[in-house]
Design a binder for this molecule. Sequence first.
Ligand code: PLP
Length: 432
Amino acid sequence: MFVSENLTVNEKGRLAIGGVDTVELAENYGTPLYVMDEQMIRKNLRRFHESMQKFYDGKGLVCYASKAFSCMEMCRIVASEGDGLDVVSIGELYTALKAGFPVEKIGFHGNNKTDEELKFAVENNVGHIIVDNISELNRLEIIAADLNKKPDILFRIKPGIDAHTHNFVKTGQIDSKFGFALETGEAFTAVKEAINCKNLNLTGLHCHIGSQIFDISPFEEAARVMLAFIAKIRNELGYEIKGLNLGGGFGIKYLNSDDPQPFENYLEKVSKVINEECERLNISRPFIYIEPGRSVAAPAGITLYTVGARKEIPDIRTYISVDGGMADSPRYILYQSQYEAIVANKASQKRSERVTIAGKCCESGDLIGENMPLQHAETGDIIAVCATGAYNYSMSSNYNRLQKPAVVFVNNGEARIAVKRETLDDIIRNDV
Ligand SMILES: *Cc1c(COP(=O)(O)O)cnc(C)c1O
């Protein structure tokens, strides 16, 4: 009935997530409120790592892309599932380390890592660093030598694949700020250079072709292109690349009309391609990594708001204003992303109207969505926006000096706070 399978209507006719009444969550923790369902996160991770086991003999690691949603509690949950973690900044790395995440399972990404970040990663023995460009390779070699270390590195490659997704979330084509281009020979030259770096150990290659991808064929195509490159490196340089990271980007259901693949299907189909290609090219099957972010976190989360004003503009539209907006939910203003919304205290009722849900920020584009089917909403009602677990909390801001909402985790009927709501004093804590 709802987009995410963990949402139900309870005996009071209210929306429940992970067995917890959302209206009670709003009463107990206030709104806006991010709610994450722990069991859903675990289930999504397992869909990936169990299919890695089933279709690729477990010769790989699922690395949750923590930029989708990162806090210490999330890192602990991923660690307890035995999965790995991607970080893209010293802040995400620090969060993971403070949460006690096993450092050898952390991969450090980013197209413009600073020397401070690289040094911190090498000092802390991060599992591997995904090197994006020659400047970084050269700086990392010096940093590693200074620290007398030899970190494992992967190269980020642009495989030249069109992933059929929004322009801002496409990354695999030649005109992208991420990685080394394959077509121009840039990647091959860089590999030759890396092999000669005494303080770096080139263990693998990485590609990530985009986000919210519904099709499996671009992933299959990326695997083919990358394996051909691994074969070329072996044939022409006599060097064996042992690891292949195929990135993330698996699409999820934001609306009932979205029809993503079951997550299991990716590894089933891609493993088949890898196995066939390795045999054809006569190379050993690489250790593979995948990096799901959105697909793990988004379906597990909802955001709760309280309705303030209801503004009916005859023959034009009805605005329902809520107590949050682009500061906690920036995806609409960024990409006009669509969501499903439910009046949580009227969840058993039919959606009887179409409305624009507006935020409270001083931007006309500050909307949660337009033309959204919704139950009749009035002042004081609680609205749940679904599948908001990824790229909302992590992209949130203090625009208008709004306080960032709390994050509550629910687990089989119990709720606990994972990130406290910011206080007014938090708003001015760095002001002098
Ligand atoms: C963002 C990103 C991911 C995760 O993408 P999702 O669409 O959230 O699955 C994985 N790998 C890299 C390198 C990324 O930049």
